[in-house]
Design a protein around this ligand. Structure first.
Ligand code: ADP
Ligand code: ADP
Length: 228
């Protein structure tokens, strides 16, 4: 589902953020990306979103080489890769419903499809009764559920989550993890970068650890492995 082949990234200032990364993530996997600050987690995630170009190597997503796809085709990539951020990144002037619908409008989905799909995903994340609210009227956990709804509304085969629980208290974090696990059980490949030791230890999923731009550990069912 995701393959990084010989990926290296050197930023303009000379920092070698990734050195020769080789990774293969199969359909339906749930993968934690861990490692100290500066290890290269964000760089990998940004590459999968086409926000950062590799200096060397190839990126395959859903059997397609996206290394050189044109910027113009990035919206098309959004059908394949949904994304959830630590800071939610909802549009403040749109309602919950409109935030989710917007993700479908961007890929030019039909109105009929939008009117069917948006209520369906809002119900999945338990927010049917908040459809008309604005993000600032919601708790952090609710905002993150909206952002998950937005990320999955186009049924992407891959969901990327960058520190999705970083702004949430432990209890709310677990609600978000339950949702991500449910999305995963429905067949979506989930890749989550995190510093949440308790969550990684408890979930016992695949753990890929990065340090100084290299993969230093890849456990089929692992724990966090750091003390912070
Ligand atoms: P992590 O997400 O694991 O904290 P990053 O991928 O953000 O790691 O960073 C990896 C390395 O690349 C770090 O040394 C960081 O300082 C550097 N880096 C990240 N982004 C940039 C950038 N835009 N320009 C220069 N260096 C960067
Ligand atoms: P949590 O303790 O889970 O962070 P909050 O205390 O922020 O939740 O909110 C509790 C409930 O009140 C949530 O369902 C939220 O949607 C609702 N709520 C919070 N702030 C507002 C607001 N300004 N307007 C309307 N509803 C709100």
């Amino acid at each position: 589902m995701i393959e990084l082949i010989n990926i290296s990234k050197r930023y303009k200032n000379g920092v070698m953020a990734l050195s020769n990364i080789n990774l293969k993530i199969e359909k339906g996997e749930f993968v934690f990306l861990v490692g100290p600050s500066g290890a290269g987690k964000s760089t990998i995630i940004k590459m999968l979103l086409k926000e950062v170009k590799p200096t060397q190597g190839r990126i395959i997503i859903d059997n397609e080489d996206i290394t050189h796809i044109h910027r113009r085709k990035v919206p098309y990539l959004r059908r394949k890769v949904g994304v959830v951020f630590q800071d939610f990144r909802l549009l403040p002037n749109k309602t919950v419903y409109e935030n989710v619908a917007f993700a479908m409008e961007i890929i030019e989905a039909a109105g009929k499809e939008i009117r069917k799909q948006v209520p369906m995903v809002l119900s999945m994340v338990g927010l049917s009764n908040k459809a008309k609210m604005y993000p600032n009227q919601l708790s952090g956990g609710e905002q993150q559920r909206v952002s998950i709804a937005r990320a999955i509304v186009n049924n992407p085969p891959i969901l990327i989550a960058d520190e999705p629980t970083g702004n949430l208290d432990p209890e709310t974090s677990w609600e978000i993890m339950k949702l991500l696990r449910m999305v995963n059980r429905r067949g979506t490949t989930v890749v989550m970068a995190t510093h949440a030791k308790d969550i990684v230890d408890m979930m016992q999923q695949r753990v890929i650890a990065l340090e100084k731009g290299q993969v230093v550990r890849d456990d089929k069912k692992g724990g966090y492995g750091y003390e912070d």
